[in-house]
Design a protein. Structure first.
Length: 334
């Protein structure tokens, strides 16, 4: 295929599960792809990934290693460097700078993920992903029936404490100071025998367990702590490119992973999708199929043809609903 003025059909920014699966799909569609790996995945400190079909319990680093290995048969170039700058061109393509080099691509797919903003409690970051976790679906089973604490206040702490109780009956909610719970939420905790401790936390310690040092000098030990941290985008490039964000700074996409910016897709945690390995990988596939479908239509038009509807579709009879849905997925070039 004549590449014309561009070197790549697509540049994928980010090589977590979403970016890797997108590269796999586009490579298998005979597209020339550049995958820019911006660094270790968000779950790099986790001991194992759970809920991953055929790979339950696999270390996250192994998921990435195998994912990169399986790109070998395809025309996918992988570089261990992030995208530094992106410039839209008048012809609808994009110029992407990594290190000191610029390349041109017909489409962009962001899979840069999010960054967890952890509470500023000494010792917490050192235990993140080991004895301090954010996802009970990932780390609840290894800690089933254990002594667990949930760190948080407001509604999120309340909801997480009630949820984690599905994995253990031994739950305490640590609010790290006066809580912001409603009377009804406090009553919920009492009804489910979930302890509540509003003492400030000085620091965390321990190796295989977590020791919580409170401001009054008392120590309590738990097998693990769960919390739901705030998050920010790992890359500002989507925002700088004009992609619309929601009130939580997540990139807004439609059901096919398209952003508000023409020619740009996003997938994975950065879109606010359920933040699991399998969900991220699935969203990468959906976005890649949508992206490739727009390239198919563009290539067909350049060849002087088009995906013409059948006479029945034009008249609005027959299986029009299903056909229209297919055209939306495979034909929306925006």
């Amino acid at each position: 295929m004549d590449m014309g003025a561009y070197e790549y059909d697509a540049v994928i920014v980010g090589a977590g599960p979403a970016g890797l699966n997108a590269a796999l799909v586009l490579g298998g569609a005979r597209r020339r792809v550049l995958l820019l790996d911006g660094g270790p995945p968000r779950n790099v400190t986790a001991q194992a990934a759970h809920g991953v079909l055929t790979r339950d319990g696999i270390p996250p680093a192994d998921i990435k290693r195998v994912g990169l290995e399986q790109l070998a048969p395809y025309d996918v170039t992988v570089l261990g460097t992030p995208a530094r700058e992106i410039r839209p061109e008048d012809d609808g393509t994009f110029s992407v700078r990594y290190e000191q080099r610029w390349v041109r691509a017909r489409r962009l797919l962001f899979a840069t993920g999010v960054h967890d903003v952890l509470p500023r409690i000494p010792g917490l970051r050192e235990r993140w992903g080991r004895t301090v976790h954010h996802c009970p679906y990932c780390d609840g089973w290894p800690n089933r029936a254990a002594r667990l604490a949930v760190l948080g206040s407001h509604q999120e702490g309340h909801h997480l404490a009630l949820s984690v109780r599905s994995w253990s009956d031994h739950i305490s909610l640590l609010t790290n100071g006066p809580d912001k719970l409603t009377p009804a939420q406090r009553r919920d905790l009492r009804e489910l025998d979930i302890g509540r401790d509003d003492r400030p936390i000085r620091y965390l310690s321990g190796k295989d367990t977590v020791r919580v040092a409170f401001g009054d000098g008392e120590m309590r030990e738990y097998d693990a702590i769960f919390l739901n941290p705030a998050q920010v985008q790992r890359s500002r490039l989507p925002e700088l490119l004009g992609c619309e964000l929601d009130e939580k700074s997540r990139v807004i996409v439609n059901e096919n992973g398209m952003t508000s910016r023409r020619g740009v897709w996003a997938a994975g945690d950065m879109t606010g999708a359920p933040q699991y390995v399998m969900s991220a990988a699935a969203s990468g596939m959906v976005a890649a199929v949508s992206l490739n479908s727009t390239l198919i239509h563009e290539d067909v038009r350049r060849g002087g043809a088009a995906f013409h509807p059948s006479p029945d579709e034009e008249k609005g009879v027959g299986d029009r609903g299903n056909s229209r849905r297919k055209m939306t997925v495979f034909g929306d070039v925006r």
